[in-house]
Design a protein around this ligand. Sequence first.
Ligand code: B16
Ligand code: MG
Length: 226
Amino acid sequence: MKAVIFDLDGVITDTAEYHFLAWRHIVEQIGIPFDRSVNESLKGISREKSLENILIRSGAEAKYTNAEKQDLLHEKNKYYQTLISKLTPEDLLPGIGRLLCELKGEKIKIGLASSSRNAPEVLKRLEIINDFHAIVDPTALANGKPDPEIFLTAAVLLGVSPADCAAIEDAEAGIAAIKSAGMFAVGVGHEQSMHDADLIVRQTCDLSFDVLNEEWKSYRINIVQK
Ligand code: B16
Ligand code: MG
């Protein structure tokens, strides 16, 4: 294991909740019901694709012009940015600060593969941006998660082969992207949405270098034996 690549929302900090609040704020104003189960399906999905999915689900896709959709996207992001402006290092999810320290101590490269264009701002507010050797720019990608492009790009930026990378995600689309990239997939959360992951932990505080490294070793042995 030469590198660990992190998703941001739901792995490093609970901005998944802020995305939920921002979408609910915008979507309920236009009379579309929005709950956590809909939000779950949007995790890891780009802003534009998320709006498209919300409108399609409610049969409202044809009701909005492109300009109106752009306004909704702008409003959602404005609301989201107000929420993240309050983030502090206290908002790191439990165990993540410790894990970053352990990885640095082990000289493991650290990358970020987040679909969020707000990711650098979030990392700055959490005061961990300098821990990252590479941060993928999602605007430079042709395909979003579940496509592997974002994880493969992170590996290129880190100068590490995908086979030597572990990546951590909280969303089904993200786990699918990691597996298609040929990496060791670590899922944080409920097992039903994580079934393709190579290692599942319930919470971020269950993550540590030792846990990742032990599971990594058995995963590699299994691959070699196959
Ligand atoms: P933004 P991740 C994703 O981040 C979120 O899970 C998803 O809900 C959001 O729509 C997407 O980023 C885009 O974010 O609107 O800030 O550009 O989970 O890939 O870190
Ligand atoms: Mg996420």
